[in-house]
Design a protein around this ligand. Structure first.
Ligand SMILES: *Cc1c(COP(=O)(O)O)cnc(C)c1O
Length: 405
C-alpha cells in the first residue's frame, strides 16, 4: 500500500502536513497525530480478513505507521484477553463488566504496545540511540524493545519508582538512571542532552509511535466485542496517550464503517494528590476543583504525571466522549488491588484504581444499570512488589504444625 498518503494532522488547529518523523508539536502548540488514507484502507481490508491474522497488535498493520514490515520490532504484544466478570456483574448495578488484561503484555504492562510501534519507527528511521523519562513501565518497555532492535536505550526514572521495574531496565541492558525529581524533571534532563547525546526522546507525545501503538487497545476492544463498543471505559490516566489513542481508534473505525452507535464514555482514574485531569475537567466546567490538600503525597505509579504533555487534548477527548474523571485515595486503591487479587487477577495500583473507580461510579450513580463497562488492568502487581511490603506466609514442617496454628 502507498504509505506516502499517510499525513499528520494537528489535533488543535487541524493543519495537515505530510508525514515526517519526530517532533509532534504543531506551530500552534497542539499535538500532531498520524492521519491515514482510510478510504484506501477500506478498499483493501475487511473485518473478515482480520480473523485469519496472527493474534498480535500487528494484525492492524494497515492502521499503524510503520511502512516497512521488516522493521517491525515485536515481542508478542497485544491481543490480550478480555475477561468477562460474571460474578461481579451480579453484585454491581451495571449490565456487563470486563477486564482487559494488559498485564499480560511482554513487559508486564500495556507500555509494550506503544514501544513496539515506537521502536519499529526508530529502526525504520535508522536511529541508534533513544531516551525516555518514565515512572518505570515505559522505561522497561523501551529497554526491552530497543534490546530486540539493537538500539541503545537510556532510561531516566524518578528515584522513588518501584525497584523491580528499575531492575527490569538494567536486565534488558538499558543505561538506567534514577532522577532526584518527578517525570518532567527526567524529561528536562533528556531535552538538555539532546544535541550533545543525539538521542531521540521517545517520551509521551514526542513521536508518533506510542499513541498509535496504544490505539490498538481500542481496535482490539471493538474486535473482541464483535464490533460493538462498551458503554464505558475506566482507564488509569497519566500522560493520557491511551485515551488519545483509543479515541483515535474509534474515529478510524467509524470512518472505515466498521462500527456505529455511540462511542464509549471515558472515566479517567487518578490518585488523589496528582489529579490534573480531574482538576482540569472541573476547571473547564467552572466547578471549583475539590483538589486534595497538599499533605497528600501520591505514590510513584504510571498515574503520577503532574504536567501531562497535552492536557488540553486529554480533557477535550474525555469531554467529547461524555466521560468524567475521578481521584481516588491511596487506601481505596490498595483495597481494590486486594479485591481483584481475591478474584484471581494480579493488578498493579493503576489497574486496581479502575476497580476503585468502578465502585465509586456505582455508588454515585454515574454508572447506569444499562452500562457495559471495561476496566483496563494496565500492569500486574508483582512489578510493584518491594521486599518491605511483601506478606510472608507462615513456615511449617508438617501437617501437625499446620493443625497447631
Ligand atoms: C503509563 C501507565 C499508565 C498511564 O497511561 P497513559 O496512557 O500514559 O495515561 C497507567 N498504568 C500503567 C501501569 C502505566 O505504566
Amino acid at each position: 500500500m502507498n504509505r506516502n498518503r499517510m499525513r499528520l494532522i494537528c489535533s488543535r488547529c487541524s493543519q495537515s502536513l505530510p508525514f515526517r518523523y519526530q517532533n509532534m508539536k504543531c506551530t500552534c502548540g497542539g499535538t500532531l497525530l498520524v492521519d491515514y488514507d482510510v478510504e484506501q484502507i477500506a478498499s483493501m481490508l475487511t473485518k473478515e480478513a482480520l480473523v485469519q491474522r496472527y493474534p498480535s497488535m500487528w494484525r492492524y498493520y494497515e492502521l499503524l505507521p510503520v511502512s516497512k514490515p521488516d522493521c517491525i520490532v515485536s515481542l508478542g504484544e497485544g491481543w490480550t484477553p478480555l475477561l468477562r466478570m460474571y460474578e461481579s456483574e451480579k453484585k454491581l448495578p451495571i449490565r456487563q463488566l470486563w477486564v482487559k488484561r494488559e498485564e499480560q503484555n511482554p513487559t508486564g504492562s500495556f507500555k509494550s504496545r506503544g514501544f513496539s510501534a515506537a521502536v519499529s519507527l526508530l529502526k525504520e528511521a535508522g536511529v541508534t540511540k533513544a531516551a525516555v523519562p518514565s515512572n518505570g513501565n515505559a522505561a522497561g518497555a523501551l529497554a526491552a524493545y530497543a534490546a530486540r532492535a539493537g538500539i541503545a536505550a537510556y532510561a531516566f526514572i524518578p528515584r522513588d519508582c518501584p525497584p523491580l521495574i528499575v531492575q527490569e531496565c538494567t536486565d534488558y541492558g538499558a543505561h538506567t538512571f534514577l532522577v532526584d525529581g518527578l517525570i518532567h524533571d527526567a524529561g528536562a534532563i533528556i531535552d538538555a542532552g539532546k544535541d550533545e547525546q543525539g538521542w531521540v526522546n521517545v517520551g509521551t507525545l514526542r513521536e508518533p509511535g506510542r499513541v498509535e501503538g496504544k490505539k490498538t487497545m481500542g481496535l482490539e476492544l471493538a474486535e473482541q466485542l464483535g464490533w460493538k463498543l462498551p458503554d464505558v471505559i475506566i482507564y488509569p490516566t497519566g500522560g493520557g496517550s491511551g485515551i488519545i489513542g483509543m479515541w483515535k481508534a474509534f474515529r478510524e473505525l467509524q470512518a472505515l464503517g466498521w462500527i456505529d452507535g455511540p462511542l464509549p464514555r471515558f472515566v479517567c482514574v487518578q490518585e488523589e494528590g496528582c489529579q490534573p485531569v480531574v482538576d482540569g475537567l472541573a476547571a473547564r466546567a467552572q466547578v471549583s476543583a475539590v483538589s486534595a490538600e497538599g499533605a497528600c503525597k501520591p505514590n510513584p505509579t504510571g498515574m503520577r504525571v503532574p504536567n501531562p504533555p497535552d492536557l488540553e487534548l486529554v480533557l477535550s477527548t474525555v469531554e467529547q466522549s461524555g466521560g468524567t474523571a475521578i481521584a481516588l485515595p491511596a487506601e481505596q486503591i490498595a483495597s481494590a488491588a486486594a479485591s481483584l487479587g481475591a478474584l484471581g487477577i494480579s493488578a498493579s495500583p493503576e489497574g486496581a484504581a479502575t476497580w476503585a473507580g468502578l465502585l465509586a461510579g456505582c455508588d454515585s450513580g454515574w454508572l447506569r444499570p444499562t452500562d457495559s463497562v471495561v476496566l483496563f488492568n494496565t500492569s500486574h502487581a508483582l512489578k510493584y512488589a518491594t521486599l518491605a511490603g511483601l506478606t510472608q506466609p507462615r513456615t511449617i514442617r508438617s501437617y501437625a504444625d499446620f493443625r497447631s496454628l
